[in-house]
Design a protein around this ligand. Sequence first.
Ligand code: ADP
Ligand code: MG
Length: 429
Amino acid sequence: MNELKSPPRLSNSLYIGPLLGILIGLYVNWLVGALVGTVILLAALIMTSDLAYTVATNVAQGTWTFMSRLAAKSEEGGTYSVEIGVDEITRRKSHVPINKGHIGVYGMTQAAGKSVLLHQLVMGACQKLSPDDVWFYGIDLKTGLDIFNLTRHFRLPIANSLDEAAIILDAVEQIYDERDRLFKRWSGKLTCENIDDYEAITGERLPLVILVFDEPAGLEKGSRKPIYDLLKKLVQKGASLGVFLWLSTQRPVTENLSRSISAQFAREFVGRMSRLSELTSVCELDLDDARRMMRLARPGLFYDKVSQTYVSVNWPGSRRLWRDMKNDFAAKYAGKPKEWPVARSELRHEESWFDECVSQADDDDHFAAQVVVYRVYRDWCTDNEIESPLKRRELMKFLREDHMIYTSDSGYHDGKAARGVRGWEFSWE
Ligand SMILES: Nc1ncnc2c1ncn2[C@@H]1O[C@H](COP(=O)(O)OP(=O)(O)O)[C@@H](O)[C@H]1O
Ligand SMILES: [Mg+2]
């Protein structure tokens, strides 16, 4: 405070304190009377002092700052809310919360503005949240998302092929599984239903994990099943684990996207469709809304199924400006180039262990119990300074899948039937 008022003189009101206390005391008893008197006296002293003035002005100023920040926050919709456009009817800004649930974007084949909407969401989220607070993963078989390849918020390169998509899905599934385990551990003792609970209990804020998938329809029919199975798993519990799917598709609720996935979307944006019947049946709009949608339909206009409003998605005016806008964004948020993780088989060291220590036995009845196999493997790891050896079960899985005949009911170890592998010798001391 630059200017402090000179402390006012003690006023007569000061004597009212003890006096009042005595009166109350007479009424109740002397001890209470003395206490109340002292409290009122102290309060009166503080109120007339310099300190009181400073405290009061600071409190007032603090409250004001807090209130105006709060107002600004609600104006922009809060930290986890991204502005995507304007409400077509009220002309107010339209926000989407990104920490509440999965998002589906639908629209007919030709330019409905699906990708533009997804990209606006991604850019908005990156502008509001740091790369520590939101982790993006992207799959786009048409390479549209590639502009975000260098963006720090993306953990891996954008997948453009089926193989790459598999790596991305694997990475997201791993996070999902880890969190699932983590939360279960907590709920053993305490309730931990979602990432907010988790933060309240542990004090640790887990990042939002968002998988952006632009048009899975680009996948060949045969390859869809495992991918959709995984998406189904992700959407069921993902939202409570802070793992979200943002998916755009031309054909919601057909063979391309089963209802069990889209039923989990918290927000669904319906862009223009070619037929009224698609809007009524596929997108479950009633006839009036569907008719209005057909009338209003143009690129960038979406019906928001949750709030039952029409959103005009932000658009800079031309394709060139849009490209410039994304380039500016990419430059601003660019980080180091990312690399695909090395494929599992190259990452692991089983192969060389296998070549060095294992040879085919002369007779097929040759048998090695898995405890023995594992001991040989671990010795080899120690000698070769392997930092993270496989666990026993992992090693056995590898052997079973790729190399050996695994048996569970023959052979002996320490005089007992044991699990192990058949037909191989382990040359290791
Ligand atoms: N919000 C919008 N406002 C105006 N035009 C848009 C908007 N979004 C998309 N468009 C137009 O549609 C074209 C295709 O958009 P895009 O998002 O790639 O469509 P989709 O992914 O649905 O095929 C854009 O290049 C642009 O010309
Ligand atoms: Mg597109």
